[in-house]
Design a protein around this ligand. Structure first.
Ligand code: ADP
Length: 514
């Protein structure tokens, strides 16, 4: 029993032990051994004899095998039943094979639930033949920690795969930056955008970017501190910035960019995400449209003015026969209608491009509306208009835009009815309400929902000519002055258009009556 250290032995030593059995341990040696056993944190048990009977067991072993207070002298396969079976099996194998077992972990159902034990069996030579030293450790917390780590790695892997798929499925370019502003990742759409512009990123990441300049929507260069990614790295969310990206040696590109900070668990910015779409084609289209409008407004208006002037001269000619005067007047009217349509086209383009700013001034609407109607005389049958005003009506408006609104609504009312048109102007305290009512052809419910859209014209026979832009322009102008426009109408009975502006000093209206 003096050789309890175990471990592989040379054949010669084993042979010597076989012919010369060692003396049994003295009581002192046993006491020393017992103390060493008890000091161990691992559960230790020493078994001897062909039946593998417990010789020495420490408290840690008893704690791991509850219900087995005094094991000494018992056979391993007798007690404790649950732990014993695999241990006995292992111990026999160790004895037969003459080598120590590798550390093995086994799940055992013990009172209180399933636990995982790691055990090692050493072969030891005793005075009465070979024995086994079992070292048992409760490994449950390590096993569970390993499982948790594996599950976390699994979740992280799945999340990474999802993110990858999302990034690749998005048609916009996506770029991820670290806290220092270096590109750490980009999707295929981003790579393709740079390739189209003429920048080959290849595998080189941000270092492959040429020097570039960013300009804002107004064309002015953006200082680096205002670049979306820099703003996101400073913790800001940037949405829908229209930018002109001009890299050295590559073709400039217009992009719609958004950026957001990436926050760590402690709330600190650890990077930023930039998403962008190439708007160059749209931008070129808008520029082409603006060029066309400039061309239309200038080049078409010039000959039209000449035709109008000639018609006017012919009509006013002293010796013109009545028939010629009549035809010249028709030429003048056609020129006026065409001029009105050109003006609508130009105004829509300017309004949509934000190039028709709305100036705001304190306006006495009650004084202005009669002047506007007066100015319409000549071209329109304003004598059919009944004006009712309940002053005072003041609001912060742009007088030129208000004129356009009144002219649009009143000329429509005269165009789509042959009877009296009533213009009513009144103040409700919070709002100034202008209504234009006619008893004309009316508008169907379906059409009412759409007449404020661009180019929309109600269906029906014998509708007077028009482009379907007047009410669209009216709505944009009214909304540009914090107002709203609405219609009430019945087919065959007539229509009432109502424009509601907040009165001077009042907030934008939530609702209004006529
Ligand atoms: P346009 O008169 O040039 O067609 P608008 O935008 O001014 O374009 O009007 C859109 C449509 O709304 C018109 O085509 C017409 O069908 C309908 N509409 C507008 N005002 C009236 C009205 N007072 N009475 C009946 N229909 C109207």
């Amino acid at each position: 029993m003096g050789d309890v250290g175990g471990g592989p032995r040379s054949d010669a030593a084993a042979a010597a032990a076989a012919v010369r059995p060692e003396p049994p341990p003295t009581p002192d040696e046993m006491a020393f051994l017992d103390a060493a056993f008890q000091a161990s944190a691992a559960g230790l048990a020493l078994l001897a004899g062909p039946e593998l009977r417990y010789q020495l067991v420490n408290d840690a072993f008893r704690a791991l095998c509850p219900g087995s207070d005094d094991l000494r002298g018992q056979r391993i396969d007798e007690h404790p039943p649950r732990v014993a079976a695999p241990l006995a099996e292992l111990a026999r194998r160790v004895l037969e094979m003459g080598a120590d077992s590798d550390g093995e972990t086994e799940a055992l159902d013990v009172p209180g639930g399933r636990r995982w034990f790691a055990y090692l069996v050493h072969r030891v030579e005793g005075p009465s033949g070979p024995g086994a030293l079992i070292s048992l450790r409760d490994n449950t917390s390590q096993v569970q920690a390993r499982w948790a780590a594996e599950a976390a790695a699994d979740t992280a892997g799945r999340r990474a795969a999802e993110l990858e798929a999302v990034m690749e499925a998005i048609p916009d370019g996506i770029m991820v930056f670290d806290a220092a502003g270096a590109v750490v990742r980009m999707n295929a759409a981003a790579l393709e955008s740079w390739r189209v512009v003429g920048i080959d990123i290849g595998g080189g990441g941000a270092s492959s970017f040429p020097q570039f300049e960013l300009r804002g929507e107004d064309g002015r260069p953006l200082p680096a501190s205002e670049w979306p990614v820099r703003r996101a790295l400073a913790g800001e969310k940037v949405q829908g910035a229209h930018l002109r990206f001009a890299p050295a040696g590559a073709r400039p590109m217009w992009m719609l960019a958004s950026a957001a900070p990436i926050l760590g668990a402690d709330g600190r910015v650890t990077g930023a995400v930039l998403s962008f779409s190439d708007e160059t084609a749209l931008h070129e289209l808008a520029e082409a449209r603006d060029d066309l409008v400039r061309m239309v407004s200038h080049d078409l208006r010039t000959p039209l003015s000449a035709i109008y002037a000639q018609g006017h001269l012919i009509r006013r000619g002293a010796d013109a026969p009545a028939k010629v005067v009549e035809r010249a007047a028709a030429i003048e009217r056609s020129c006026e209608r065409m001029s009105g349509m050109i003006q609508d086209l130009v105004e829509v383009t300017l309004l949509e491009a934000g190039q028709l700013p709305v100036a705001r001034a304190r306006v006495d609407v009650a004084a202005l509306v009669p002047d506007i109607l007066d100015g319409m005389r000549g071209g329109l049958d304003v004598d059919r208009v009944q004006l009712r005003i309940e002053p005072p009506c003041r609001a912060n408006l742009d007088p030129a835009r208000l004129e356009r609104i009144v002219v649009n609504l009143v000329s429509n009312a005269l165009k789509y009815s042959s009877q009296e048109v009533t213009v009513l102007l009144r103040s409700t305290g919070a709002a100034v309400v202008l209504s234009v009512a006619d008893n004309g052809v009316g508008i169907s419910t379906d059409d009412q929902a759409r007449i404020f859209e661009r180019y929309y014209r109600a269906r029906g026979d014998r509708r007077p000519e028009g482009l379907g832009l007047g009410l669209y322009i009216t709505r944009l102008l009214v909304e540009g002055m914090n107002g709203r426009v609405e219609v009430e109408s019945q087919l065959g009975t007539g229509s009432t258009f109502r424009v509601v502006f907040p009165a001077e000093g009042a907030p934008p209206p939530a609702g209004a009556g006529s």
